[in-house]
Ligand binder design. Structure first.
Ligand SMILES: [Zn+2]
Length: 375
């Protein structure tokens, strides 16, 4: 992982680069920031930079043998501790190492990972995750190992506030007499839940949220081509990369849904059932959740068009682009068909939810819509 993988945080990165350049690196650093701000990614990037065999002025080289192992998060001197929960088929008292492969995959997939996302990846999203008493035994074991090949042995403790008191006590003892060559990188969202005695032995860095002046980098990173849209998304993200990703996805999906809705209505109006077949093929390929999302959006669009038609004021909840198209289309949604259209789209959604065969459900919906548009 690289510093450049986290957008923004310029000052903090400069600080970390300086620290890495010093003779003595603090043996314990805590990165704290709200969910989705990239604290975990920065900690790993810092660890990689510490150990890189060919440090560049602003980032690790990415090519040396240390960097290559870090890229897969599989370096033998890089250890992870994170909250886990008991799974039915898993060990009775799980520790991080039981789920390390899954963890690496989850972090590499999205380094802004939240605790909920992680527990979901583990398949235990309805449970609380903890760093257990057992884990402290593992930590001690790992510290006893000689460093294999790296300059620094690094122990990343993610969501350190989830440490059980016994584990926290063990960590405190270690920090009182830190083993040479080992760096502890703690990551926490809420430092109030961490022992003050641990905090006092730790250098603390606050990871800031996304800033207004990042609009341009956001546009490049997320492939958003309209500056006004990038700014709006940035504002709504409340500083969280994670939320920003979600917003961009939702936005993309809404745009896609709208264009699919326009196609669907055109095909039904003609009616062109060969076209409908192709349309259902594309939609079915996108999976059940997407289909449900489309049907929900379609319901909103139908309602919006009806409201436009009866000139019921600004309750239509349509975007400008949608409104422009609806100016012509809304005449086809009226009191004579609004009830049936809403019923049919809702029913289709229920059928898909209950494992109905997507293509058939949608084709059936098209036949009914074609008839209703002519009412
Ligand atoms: Zn390197």
């Amino acid at each position: 992982m690289f510093f450049k993988d986290v957008t923004g945080c310029r000052e903090l990165k400069e600080n970390l680069l300086q620290i890495a350049g010093r003779e003595r690196v603090p043996h314990s650093i805590l990165f704290t920031g709200r969910q989705g701000t990239g604290a975990l990614a920065l900690a790993i990037a810092f660890a990689q930079y510490l150990n890189c065999g060919n440090r560049q002025p602003e980032d690790a080289c990415g090519e040396c043998s240390q960097c290559r192992k870090y890229a897969r998060l599989e370096h033998p001197d890089l250890h992870f501790v994170f909250p886990v929960a008991r799974k039915k088929e898993g060990p009775r008292e799980p520790v991080s190492d039981d789920y390390i492969t899954m963890w690496r995959q989850a972090v590499l997939e999205n380094h802004y990972l939240s605790l909920y996302m992680w527990l979901e990846a583990m398949g235990v999203e309805n449970k609380q995750g903890f760093i257990s008493r057992n884990e402290s035994v593992q930590i001690l074991k790992k510290l006893a190992l000689k460093s294999f090949e790296a300059r620094y042995k690094v122990m990343v403790i993610w969501m350190a506030e989830k440490m059980n008191p016994h584990a926290a006590g063990t960590l405190l003892k270690i920090l009182e007499e830190p083993p040479p060559g080992t760096v502890f990188l703690l990551i926490a969202e809420d430092t109030d839940q961490i022992l003050p005695t641990i905090l006092s032995r730790t250098q603390i860095f606050r990871v800031p949220g996304l800033d207004r002046d990042l609009t341009e980098s956001i546009m490049t990173d997320m492939g958003v081509d309209d500056p006004a849209r990038a700014e709006r998304l940035l504002r709504l993200s409340e500083g969280s990369h994670l939320k920003l990703q979600e917003l961009v996805n939702e936005d993309d999906q809404a745009t896609y849904n709208f264009s699919m809705f326009v196609q669907f209505m055109r095909l039904c109006y003609v009616p062109d059932f060969v076209g409908v077949t192709k349309w259902t093929e594309e939609m079915a390929a996108r999976g059940r959740e997407r289909q449900k999302h489309f049907l929900n959006d379609a319901l909103r669009l139908i309602r919006g068009n009806f409201i436009l038609n009866i000139e019921a004021g600004d309750m239509d909840l349509l975007t400008e682009e949608e409104k422009e198209w609806s100016a012509k289309f809304s005449q086809f949604i009226h009191q004579g068909n609004i009830f049936s259209l809403c019923d049919e789209f809702s029913r289709a959604s229920v059928h898909i939810e209950h494992n109905g065969y997507g293509r058939l459900v949608l084709f059936d919906l098209a036949i009914k819509t074609a008839r209703l548009l002519k009412t």
